[in-house]
Design a protein around this ligand. Sequence first.
Ligand code: PXL
Length: 276
Amino acid sequence: MKRILTIQDISCLGKCSLTIALPVISATGVETVILPTAVLSTHTMFKNFTVKDLSDQIDPIKNHWLSENVRFDAIYTGYLGTIEQIDQMKELFNDFRHDGMTIFVDPVMADNGKLYPAFDMDYVKKNAELCASADIIVPNITEAAFMTGMEYKEEYDEAYIKEMLQKLNEFGAKVSVLTGVSLSPGKTGVMGYDREADDYFVYQNDRIDASYHGTGDLFSSSCIGAMMRGKSWQEAMKIAADYTAYTIEVTLQNPDKPWYGVDFEATIPELIKKLG
Ligand code: PXL
């Protein structure tokens, strides 16, 4: 069985970051090791959330694993809290790096043209550095606009997305993927660029007019899970995009849906089916 280390916060209530990554990656049939970067009472879209930073735990936990000769097939980072933590991640990647390991970075920090509360341009710059240490990066258009310095646009064409992918590619990851890309009315999906193959990949499915918290984490978790189950990055993106869209559809049908997240618990069987 493959083993993934995923590093992100625990938002105790809110269905995002580790409360999505742990169940979803485990459900794909991959051992999921977690390293929590902070404990929050809820995600940051709630008011008055509490935060306990766990930066001082990262190195002791890592050193214990190193002394046990633990190896990971992939490391997947999501929401991180501070610039110092990003430096810790860069070191941690180097400590565990080996041929054949995939480093998957989701530089979670912004959406809909805006940075999440608590982040600023210094944090953006640091995330760009983290992307340079990765094999595959999956920012949304807002995050990529901040990191590349390109203008954030709500309406754009394929040339804008390709230019953004080329700018991301300059950071150095093997594969750069943009999420939340809509190339025609009523459609949404992903577009990626593979530097070795010098090739673009586009996948679009029907756009659902609803925006939910945690869907980026659901996409990344199902994507890295699928990759560890032997799917190519392109196949994994397709599975993750379809699974995320299906989960949003199912959530919309639930009259008792919470405002803060999606009903991924109800759709995990569909993900397992997609993996074959
Ligand atoms: O889903 C991304 C995410 C993860 N963790 C925390 C967040 C968010 C998005 O706002 O606030 C704490």
